[in-house]
Each structure stands twice: as structure tokens, then as C-alpha cells.
Ligand binder design. Structure first.
Ligand SMILES: Nc1ncnc2c1ncn2[C@@H]1O[C@H](COP(=O)(O)OP(=O)(O)OP(=O)(O)O)[C@@H](O)[C@H]1O
Ligand SMILES: [Mg+2]
Length: 338
């Protein structure tokens, strides 16, 4: 991640009071405590507080104010394609040979209407439960010497990138033996004192995926899935439809981001598509564009100022020179420029 170092320094300060030094490996424990089935109130509603007398070792984890998600987005101030590049880097690190980036309309219950959602779908190796916890954690021990070819270094790129692009992110991932979903969301965390990141993991049993009771209780899974269903466009059926994109026995990771920061102070995000129901007349020139509100006068130009526009396709063409992944933007293939 390009601005990783800067943010890493910020994070080092942020994490300084955590004495365990094992941030990501331990994240599951506080989350499990938060929604443990032992903590129902008399109405059967999960009580997110740990009741007194519980025989659990409570370690001094740093609590994180949900506003921290907004703070993270500052890492990519001014250049949102850099935020998309973080997601592309991660898919490349996951060994994906295919990556589809698009903006699609999905119905949002919260908004009561269809909203644009940035979709990043790869066919990499996907993530196990532990790897998914690592994805939603802040910082990690870093790659070991076996991972020299990995781009990821700091353990923050997904979080900074996603929160720059929008307020809410849903991740769906599949390995050959498991499936997980997670939800990094400013909407869900609004008015909360501590940042909560729901994760649900399923494991393969015969042909079916069942809640993995080895890593979470049934109640925890239900609580987390309900949070996702309430605050995102995704329910079991829609998730099932997206699982279909992995194909038979397929693996990979899908990231969906909405409540997009579409109207920045000096740009707007626009897109056209190759072929969808919404734009049947499109001429196969799918792209995602930043239309800058800044203007530029070229020497000899006669018709005043021309707006500065940037194309995601053009950016990806020059940024990702090693063509090991076939990338499409809004349905149209990116041709790597060597
Ligand atoms: N598309 C993906 N497929 C598989 N695993 C992923 C994917 N995206 C993220 N991950 C996992 O999540 C972890 C955290 O991702 P994140 O981008 O936040 O940090 P990083 O890539 O390790 O480092 P950097 O901050 O330099 O990007 C990754 O190390 C990887 O294990
Ligand atoms: Mg990364």
C-alpha cells in the first residue's frame, strides 16, 4: 500500500496501549464475548455487555470508537482510484486470475431505493475464518520471508481503501471448505461506543455449508447475520445469488461497497456500462470515471476550460503492468499497456 507507511505510523501510536502485541490473532475473542449466547436478557435479545461474574479472562484490548473508520478514509485523501488499487492489490496477492470491477444498482432497505454499489469480484484463494478476521483487523505482523512476492505489508489497505470509497463494505469469501461474510460498516456502528465488525463463517458439510460452530456459536452467527441483513442490501437469498459467481467448487472473494463517496469536494464519480438492463444502448465502452470539477486550459485551446477527467480503465492499464490477472472494469476488459 502506497500510503501504508504513513498510516502505519499513525496506527502504531493507536495500538501502543495494547500489551498483547498480537492484534489480529486475538480479535476473535472480544467479538465472541460481545455476542456470546450466554448474554441474553430476559427477552432473549442479545445483550452486548459481559455480565459480571462471568468466568472469562478479560484482557486489555484497545477499544475503538466507530469514528475511527472515517479517520481511516483520510489515508487516500484526494485520489479515490488509489483506494480501488488497494482492493486490486489484495486480489493479486490472493492469486486471482480474474477480477471484475463494476458499479451496480442494488436495493437498499435503509435508503428505501436502489443505490450504486461498487463490486470487486475475484477468483483468488479466498479466506478461511482466521484470514477473514485478519482482513477486518487493523494491522498484522506482516508477511514472513515466504511471502516476498506479496504486495500487502501493513494490514490496513482494505480498511483504508474501503472506507475511502464508501461508508459500508460487505465481504463474501469462499475457500474449498468454508465460506465467510463480514461487514465493515459506519452505518451499523453509528451511535455505538465501540466498533463492531460482524463476521459469520460456514463450513462445508457434505455438499452444504453449515454455520461453523468451531469458531462461533449459533447465536453469534444469527446476531451477526441479522446486523448484516438490517444494514446492508444483503440477505441469505442475495448472498446465495452472489455465491453463484464463484462457480462450481470455485474460490474467491467479493467486496461490495456502498454509500459511496460519490460527490467529493472536487470530483464526482461516474460510470457507464457495457451491457446491463439499465443501459442497453451502451456501446461496449464500460468504464468508471472521476469527473474532476477542476478545469485545465491547454495551450492553443479555443473553447475555454476543459474539465479534467480520469478513467479507471486507463489507470489500471498503466498501474498493473504484470498481466497475471484479467481485469474488467464495468464489463469491459482492461488491456495492459506495456
Ligand atoms: N481479495 C482477497 N482475497 C484473499 N484475501 C484477502 C483479500 N483481501 C484481503 N485479504 C486478506 O486480508 C488481509 C488484510 O488486507 P489489507 O489490504 O487490509 O492488508 P494487507 O494487504 O495485508 O497489507 P497492506 O496494508 O499493505 O495492503 C490480507 O493480508 C489478506 O490476508
Ligand atoms: Mg492490502
Amino acid at each position: 500500500t502506497s500510503c501504508g507507511l504513513l498510516l502505519f505510523m499513525l496506527l502504531t501510536e493507536f495500538w501502543i496501549s495494547n500489551e498483547s502485541g498480537e492484534i489480529c490473532d486475538n480479535t476473535s475473542h472480544p467479538m465472541e464475548i460481545i455476542s456470546s449466547p450466554k448474554h441474553h436478557n430476559q427477552h432473549g435479545i442479545l445483550n452486548p455487555a459481559v455480565t459480571k461474574g462471568a468466568s472469562i479472562v478479560i484482557r486489555n484490548f484497545v477499544s475503538t470508537n466507530p469514528n475511527y473508520l472515517r479517520t481511516l478514509s483520510q489515508a487516500h485523501a484526494g485520489w479515490i482510484f488509489g483506494a480501488i488499487a488497494e482492493l486490486i492489490d489484495n486480489s493479486r496477492d490472493a492469486g486471482a486470475s480474474r477480477l471484475d470491477i463494476s458499479i451496480q444498482s442494488m436495493f437498499s432497505k435503509q435508503a428505501g431505493q436502489k443505490v450504486p454499489v461498487l463490486c470487486v469480484v475475484d477468483n483468488g484463494h479466498g479466506m478461511t475464518y482466521a484470514q477473514m478476521m485478519r482482513m477486518v483487523s487493523f494491522g498484522h505482523k506482516g508477511p514472513n520471508e515466504h511471502c516476498q512476492d506479496q504486495i500487502g505489508r501493513f494490514g490496513i489497505g482494505f480498511k483504508t481503501g474501503a472506507m475511502k470509497l464508501g461508508r459500508d463494505a460487505f465481504v463474501l469469501t469462499q475457500t474449498s471448505t468454508s465460506r465467510s461474510v463480514s461487514f465493515l460498516s459506519q452505518s451499523f456502528n453509528e451511535n455505538k461506543d465501540n466498533l463492531e465488525i460482524p463476521v459469520v463463517t460456514y463450513c462445508k458439510k457434505d455438499q452444504y455449508m453449515e454455520v461453523d460452530l468451531g469458531v462461533q456459536s449459533e447465536a453469534t452467527a444469527e446476531y451477526n447475520l441479522n446486523a448484516i441483513k438490517k444494514f446492508s442490501p444483503f440477505n441469505e437469498y442475495f448472498i446465495g445469488e452472489k455465491v453463484g459467481l464463484f462457480g462450481e467448487e470455485g474460490t474467491g472473494t467479493q467486496v461490495y461497497i456502498w454509500n459511496l463517496d460519490r460527490w467529493g469536494t472536487d470530483y464526482t464519480l461516474e460510470w457507464n456500462s457495457q451491457k446491463t438492463d439499465e443501459s442497453p444502448d451502451s456501446h461496449g465502452n464500460g468504464d468508471i470515471l472521476i469527473r474532476s470539477k477542476r478545469v485545465r486550459s491547454r495551450p492553443g485551446q479555443t473553447n475555454g476550460n476543459v474539465p479534467l477527467d480520469y478513467s479507471l480503465k486507463a489507470y489500471v492499464e498503466v498501474m498493473f503492468l504484470n498481466p497475471q490477472m484479467k481485469i474488467t472494469v464495468q464489463g469491459s476488459p482492461v488491456h495492459v499497456r506495456m
